[in-house]
Design a protein around this ligand. Sequence first.
Ligand code: SF4
Length: 535
Amino acid sequence: REGRVVMREMTELNTGARIVVRLEGHAFYYPVSDVLRLFTGAIPREEEGRVVCDAASILPGREELFSEDGVLTILSRVSEEWVETVVEEDRKVPEAGKDRDGEVISIQSAPQISISRKDMDLPVNREVKRQLYFLLSRILKMSFPWGSLTGIRPTQVARELSSEEEMQEIYGVRSDKAHLAFLTKEREDAVLSETPSDALHVYIGIPFCPSRCSYCSFIAQEAPRKTEILPAYVDAVLMELDLVLPKITSKIETLYVGGGTPTVLPEVLFEKFMRGVLSHPEFKEVKEICVEAGRPDTITERKLAVLMELGVRRICINPQTLCDATLQRVGRKHSAKDFADAFEMARKMGFSVINTDLIAGLPGETTEEFCSSLMRIIKLRPENVTVHALSKKRRSSLSRKEVVRTEDHGTKRVEDMLSFSSQKLIEAGYKPYYMYKQKDTIGGHENIGYCLDGGECIYNVAMMSDLRSVLSFGAGGMSKRVFPNSGKENSPKGTPAAGVRIERCPCIKEPTQYITDVESMAERKIRFFQGDVHL
Ligand code: SF4
């Protein structure tokens, strides 16, 4: 069914109160789940014809909205003439404009939002989502910085609209966020205009890290436990490159070596890997090569010297925070000093673009600690600073409760951190140049890449925009082909830019299986990039 994603995970916050959205005349489970997750922080579950979501986190002070058995039921209906969203039974719903805690609480008839389909500008799935957001916002007295924009990149929406005001009005986006989206869209468009729509961007993944961060949602495995397979993994990736690259006719514009942490490979193996990769003539003319050296404790002078010798000038060194206590808490086995030392070494050796990542909302980290990290980073003047909002994905070891606690709706801690970083980075001469949102940031916060002039990472923009094709190598890589102006929206994620068709070709995630099956993976990718079919 369209928009359907099966979510069987039961929430950990089950104390009985729940929101039930009944779907009538449509099956947009995914957009409905997205909105419920935004408000409650819980993972909704799909049942036949309805989405059920634990509402314990938002219950206190709102008990009057729920029935005696703890249910708030909403009907989301699509008919031939109308799209409507309505609270199903009369509840003591505060009148619009009145304070929930005020003395006057009136009982009004079921709140509802509806629109005639002939007056509707949006695709039906977006209208369903938009209505549910505005209805919940009205009755729960809650709003979020990005309004109903969940599961879609704000810059993509900005591209479809003519003004920031429209974004605020249609989607309920706050004015400062609408401004940020339009500002970022301009930079994204400038970068995209310099990379042809039929060119390819290559990603090579080394899914190993020195230890696993507690918030990690990637397939990264701990290298110390997997040392015996690292050489075979490197050989497999090099073989895949040998098999696939000669068959690719599109011009390759950028190369991104990511992970995991590619620099976790021992020095000799890292050198073999990088020399093997960059021996391919297809990479001789690329506009940009970026190598992630994310964990400072994996960086050595010899590894950086190899990169310099091979012509790499752009690397990522990612502290995530410069608070040692937080680093320990989240399982990163390095210190702020390790980061400073690695950064200084890279600078002295001549790397001209260094990216640093920070995460807002790490467990136990205060706003002051985050702000202090950011200011120390700004002092170092990296060309690129990416600020992420903590997200909770199923594979991470952080529990959902921890994340909900981290981003308490009341304190708006992550929101404060993001606003601070945006203000200080822009004041310091950085400009936002790409933006994306992850599903499980409580409150629906954004991740933004900022850069000094000329520091833009083309690969990041190409990848996140879903407007350029990406050829991925290595376990867990997702290749995608973008067919612009196809006149057809057909993304498995359901959120392509208007008129763009996207086909995806996943690769085996498990490194040992990837090593075994690399030849069949290579064949699959060759067929994927040669044909016009979805595999
Ligand atoms: S460095 Fe990144 S990929 Fe590696 S464990 Fe931490 S979050 Fe995961």
